[in-house]
Design a protein around this ligand. Structure first.
Ligand SMILES: *[C@@H]1O[C@H](CO)[C@@H](O)[C@H](O)[C@H]1NC(C)=O
Ligand SMILES: *[C@@H]1O[C@H](CO)[C@@H](O)[C@H](O)[C@H]1NC(C)=O
Ligand SMILES: *[C@@H]1O[C@H](CO)[C@@H](O)[C@H](O)[C@H]1NC(C)=O
Ligand SMILES: *[C@@H]1O[C@H](CO)[C@@H](O)[C@H](O)[C@H]1NC(C)=O
Ligand SMILES: *[C@@H]1O[C@H](CO)[C@@H](O)[C@H](O)[C@H]1NC(C)=O
Ligand SMILES: *[C@@H]1O[C@H](CO)[C@@H](O)[C@H](O)[C@H]1NC(C)=O
Ligand SMILES: *[C@@H]1O[C@H](CO)[C@@H](O)[C@H](O)[C@H]1NC(C)=O
Ligand SMILES: *[C@@H]1O[C@H](CO)[C@@H](O)[C@H](O)[C@H]1NC(C)=O
Length: 832
């Protein structure tokens, strides 16, 4: 690529011969009134972060003026802003971008017609002509050439008119004085930056909140800012990559963020299918990694349960009426929840109305709410009680025990429960709704509420004894509600008649570009894995099984269909299979974020995994494993649980892979796959590695190793410490016994807010890797221990504590046969 100075020089020379207009000269980050930009010219911000020029996205034949990252070394441009989104140039060589004498930035076409312009201007003065300058933040500003680069001096700035990208330093919100609304508007497609279907925008009415809309229809509501995060986005945490804040004053209301390390490249994008994602550029892998996505479960869909409905992911059904309410149309309830619920007993206004507290929820739509940030919760309650149309109240700020007052004056819409980081909401109840509150034996985490309705006739009827658990599973919901971006239809749930599609070999050859080497994702124990794209655009992972399986076609097919019935959000989903000619192929969902290994052991990518994410991953793995061990209809021992067998989806949900493959292969393992049967050193329990015995407890051991690896960011195998010869397990145990367990933590995990949880997790990890299988907990206990608060047993010495008495050489392939001789109990799967 030519350097900028070359570009500038060439143009300088050419233009002095050919045109009267002088093209970009001395300063390469500005365009002055005397200059212009044409196809091929660019300006680059002073720090070299961003570049502005003409571009044509994807396969488009149209040309646009835009800003993209200069810093990143990827050939395809990552465009962050487009000027003429709606008015493309068909012929790039004709376009001219310039600053007019009137102080407008304009884009002219072939016929010198203005096809785009900055709609604010200021006449240049004699000594301070207007220039357009590209700042290193990616902001293109118009200002006087002698003026400082500060917002007060900007006549116009591209940050006021974002495209689909929310860059650090941008203000995402509204300016109450100018009326300017800065919001995200998705592209139509990868090839077309024209405004697409989705917008994400602040609604300043009532108490401000953001809405994701498809055209005009509300899809998702962020909920109001509660002092720490948006009420409906519990997964926003303080993290090592960016800090963020929400500003609300008379002048303006906005959300903004800054990157904490100037060498990190990270952005937030509203993509074409309406998903808001944060992505960070990973230099080593030369690609963007998604590490935050708006959740899209049914419960995240705006008003899914209708007025006074409460949505809980994982419940059947997901919608329930709030206490004291009943379905408006009982007949439809169960198929359509959108009509919501109505009160059972009329409110008495000042005659004995009271408030029922809901903990851990996303507060209702604040469109029709009022607030006062200086009130206490008591004043808030009194205020709400006084006004008969006030339906609920909550703290407007949940920091430091809560402060401020938020009042709702309309139907309560779009409430959901969260497993973490929800807040308290107090809902108005009629005097006749008597409630007995009980503290559960587990303490604060579980609240049982029993509602007894006293019917007005005086007869006391026990209408309902509803027990519900505010804190259900800690499981983060997967995007199972909105199927809109799954081109491929595959029934979820426990449908007995599940039909597993049989794929045609040609389809797979085509999808993987004939198993092209650059589509190869890796080599698993059972054969290579390729990435593929089906005609409908769905991305898949294709596992070519080695041809040694001795099963007949029908047996193979039955096995595969059987395994396809194992469905859990923490297991990789089988989409189909193929038996044709010699080939046995399994088709899985594609996991964009690759393996857990590729994150936790990578110096830069590990920064993306703060503690809440790691804890989420550990819990997910535990649940997936529990399902395999206990809950699925086939009892499965994985036997090769390790970081590279845990895949991460776009939301960093962990998915166990390769489960049940041993079953497909049956008991007749051949030499080719003994390697897999042996498992992987570093993760194998002593009784398995030495005596070839395995049970669910050997999986528990591997799980414990994974837990310690995730916390520490270090591999068990190959771990070394200058002070001793212990492996990671021994090291962890020693630190634990010396009361120094905190030293095990990987730097991105070191956050005092979560310290207790991290220490508890290390403790559980140590319990799982104990020497004797009988001492290790089973997976259901492990899951409970991770989520609970009760006292835990003291861990005994971990397996392989005396370490390095097991010769390293045993891990090499040459030893496989010795081990496979012990592998008599190959078929570990019991049908239930
Ligand atoms: C230039 O833009 C004007 C106004 O949009 C349009 O009418 C004209 O056809 C365009 N000229 C060319 C060559 O595209
Ligand atoms: C400026 O243009 C934007 C679209 O590019 C439009 O939304 C906005 O209303 C315009 N402002 C004025 C003052 O014309
Ligand atoms: C422009 O600069 C000249 C000399 O530098 C000065 O005499 C003149 O007053 C300036 N004009 C304005 C409008 O500031
Ligand atoms: C916006 O300004 C108006 C009057 O200028 C004021 O009444 C209103 O409270 C302001 N909005 C916010 C959110 O501060
Ligand atoms: C992030 O932290 C820095 C340094 O503490 C501070 O100057 C900046 O204002 C913060 N940014 C946001 C958006 O909170
Ligand atoms: C910033 O990031 C770079 C690259 O990821 C890293 O080398 C550097 O140590 C980081 N700086 C700080 C202060 O964390
Ligand atoms: C450029 O980045 C994209 C998106 O992250 C990635 O898919 C592609 O492989 C990268 N291209 C190169 C040449 O590395
Ligand atoms: C907010 O509440 C405080 C404390 O109760 C009160 O003094 C103040 O007048 C209230 N403000 C408004 C605008 O109602």
């Amino acid at each position: 690529m030519k350097t900028l100075m070359d570009d500038a020089m060439i143009h300088l020379l050419l233009s002095s011969f050919l045109c009267s207009i002088l093209v970009v000269s001395s300063s390469v980050d500005t365009i002055s009134t005397a200059q212009s930009i044409r196809d091929g010219d660019t300006i680059v911000s002073a720090g070299g972060s961003f570049e502005l020029g003409f571009f044509s996205p994807g396969n488009s034949k149209n040309w646009y003026v835009g800003i993209w990252y200069k810093k990143i070394s990827n050939e395809s441009k990552t465009v962050v802003w487009v000027a003429n989104r709606e008015a493309p140039l068909t012929n790039p060589s004709a376009g001219v971008l310039k600053v007019t004498q009137d102080g407008f930035l304009v884009l002219l076409n072939h016929t010198e017609d203005i096809i785009w312009f900055s709609n604010m201007s200021s006449r240049s003065s004699e000594n301070n002509s207007v220039v357009a300058k590209l700042l290193d933040s990616g902001n293109l500003v118009l200002k006087g050439s002698n003026d400082q680069d500060v917002p007060e001096n900007y006549i116009w700035q591209s940050f006021d008119y974002p495209s689909d990208t929310f860059l650090p330093g941008m203000k995402f919100g509204v300016d109450n004085v100018t009326g300017l609304a800065r919001y995200l508007w998705s592209w139509t497609s990868n090839d077309d930056p024209a405004p697409g279907d989705y917008t994400y925008r602040m609604d300043p009415n009532g108490y401000p909140q953001y809405f994701l809309r498809k055209e005009d229809v509300k899809q998702f509501r962020s909920g109001p800012w509660n002092g720490i995060r948006f009420s409906g986005m519990p997964t926003i945490y303080s993290n090592p990559i960016y800090n963020f804040s929400f500003v609300m004053n008379q002048r303006e209301t906005y959300f903004t963020y800054d990157l904490l390390n100037s060498s990190v490249v990270s952005r937030m994008v509203l993509n074409q299918i309406g998903v808001l994602q944060r992505m960070t550029w990973i230099e080593g892998s030369n690609s963007w990694v998604v590490h935050f996505t708006t959740e899209m479960t049914n419960c995240d869909m705006y008003a899914f349960c209708g007025p006074y409905g409460l949505c809980t992911v994982g419940n059947t059904p997901e919608c329930n009426c709030l206490q004291g309410f009943e379905p408006k149309f009982p007949k439809d309830w169960g198929t359509d929840w959108s009509n919501g619920c109505v009160r059972r007993a009329a409110l008495g206004c000042n005659n004995g109305d009271w408030f029922l507290k809901y903990s851990g929820v996303k507060v209702p739509d604040t469109h029709n709410s009022r607030y006062n940030v200086s009130m206490t919760i008591k004043e808030c309650e009194a205020m709400c009680l006084k006004d008969c149309s006030c339906m609920a109240y909550a703290n407007s700020d949940v920091n430091a025990g809560g402060s401020g007052c938020l009042l709702w004056f309309d139907e309560l819409v779009d409430i959901r429960e969260f497993t973490e980081n929800g807040q308290d909401l107090y809902v108005r109840m009629a005097a006749s709704e008597l409630v007995i509150r009980q503290a559960d034996h587990n303490g604060k985490k579980t609240t049982k509420i029993i509602v007894v309705s006293i019917v007005s006739t005086g007869t006391v009827m026990l209408v309902l004894g509803i027990t519900f658990y505010m804190w259900k599973k800690k499981q983060k919901p997967k995007r199972e509600g909105l199927k809109r971006h799954q081109g491929y239809h595959h029934k979820e749930t426990t449908n007995e008649d599940l039909e597993l599609p049989l794929f045609d070999l040609d389809t797979i050859v085509c999808a993987t570009n004939n198993f092209a080497i650059n589509n190869k994702l890796g080599e698993g124990g059972f054969g290579p894995v390729y990435k593929g794209t089906l005609e409908e655009g769905q991305e898949i992972a294709v596992k070519l099984l080695s041809k040694k399986s001795r099963q007949g076609d029908d047996e193979f097919k039955n096995e595969v269909i059987c395994i396809a019935k194992l469905q859990h959000r923490n297991l990789v989903k089988l989409l189909g299979y193929c038996i044709q000619e010699e080939e046995r192929i399994l088709i899985y969902e594609y996991m964009p974020n690759n393996t857990l290994d590729s994150f936790i052991f990578d110096e830069s990518r590990k920064m993306l995994l703060d503690w809440p994410k790691r804890f989420h991953i550990i819990n997910g793995i535990a649940r997936g494993l529990l399902y395999l061990h206990q809950d699925s209809r086939l009892r499965i021992i994985h036997r090769d649980l390790k970081g590279s067998n845990i895949l991460l989806d776009s939301e960093m949900n962990p998915k166990i892979s390769d489960f049940g493959l041993a079953r497909v292969f049956g008991g007749n393992e051949t030499e080719a796959n003994t390697k897999r049967v042996v498992g992987t050193y570093g993760y194998m329990s002593p009784e398995y590695a030495i005596d070839g015995l395995f049970s669910v407890k050997s999986d528990v051991f591997s799980f414990g190793v994974l837990v310690l690896e995730i916390v520490s960011g270090k591999r068990n195998r190959g771990f070394c410490d200058p002070n001793h010869h212990l492996n990671l397990l021994g090291h962890a145990w020693r630190l634990y016994n010396e009361g120094r367990a905190t030293e095990l933590m990987d730097p991105p995990v070191q956050n005092s807010i979560h310290l207790q949880q991290v220490l508890r997790t290390i403790h559980v990890g140590l319990l799982c890797v104990q020497q004797c299988p009988e001492d290790r907990p089973n997976m259901s206990s492990a899951v409970l221990m991770l989520g609970g608060e009760g006292a835990l047993a003291q861990p005994k010495q971990p397996g392989f504590f005396t370490e390095r008495n097991l010769p390293e050489a045993k891990s090499s392939q040459s030893e496989d046969e010795t081990f496979s001789a012990n592998m008599v109990t190959i078929t570990v799967l019991e049908a239930r």
